[in-house]
Write a protein that binds this ligand. Structure first.
Ligand SMILES: [Zn+2]
Length: 137
């Protein structure tokens, strides 16, 4: 019988997850690296010269060429959230690790947030997955 490579692929254990994404600054750095793998690129004009107006998870970049300002989370699934990135990253991890799906109630319990924000990460991640499946990402 052929081995199912998907089933036996190496995953990320919970301790490894918290080691990599346990703090807000680690999540912000990971998001920045995923969003701009070759460094900041202005979404307006495409230039790379910029300055940072505010640091942290709400890091704000300003393009030196056109003065357009954008935050680290603007235009991402995290835009407009009041939840810390650590909660979002944990939600993504839990949803991606659940073989049979994860209810909004179970996610709420794991994340320690009330139902409404607890259901938002799931909805956001699910919508993003659907876009990816349709090849829109
Ligand atoms: Zn620009």
């Amino acid at each position: 019988m052929a081995m199912n490579h998907i089933q036996f692929q190496h995953g990320l254990s919970m301790p490894e997850f918290f080691q990599r994404f346990g703090s807000e600054s680690q999540c912000a750095a990971a998001l920045e690296a995923a969003r701009w793998p070759h460094g900041f690129c202005c979404p307006c004009c495409g230039k790379t010269a910029h300055c940072v107006l505010r640091g942290g998870s709400c890091k704000v970049f300003q393009c030196n060429a056109c003065r357009h300002q954008t935050s680290l989370i603007a235009g991402t699934v995290f835009q407009g959230t009041k939840l810390p990135l650590t909660v979002w990253f944990l939600a993504i991890y839990l949803i991606s690790q659940a073989k049979t799906g994860l209810s909004a109630l179970a996610l709420k319990r794991h994340l320690g947030v009330d139902r409404r924000p607890g259901s938002r990460p799931k909805t956001g991640v699910r919508d993003r997955r659907s876009e990816k499946d349709r090849g829109q990402v």
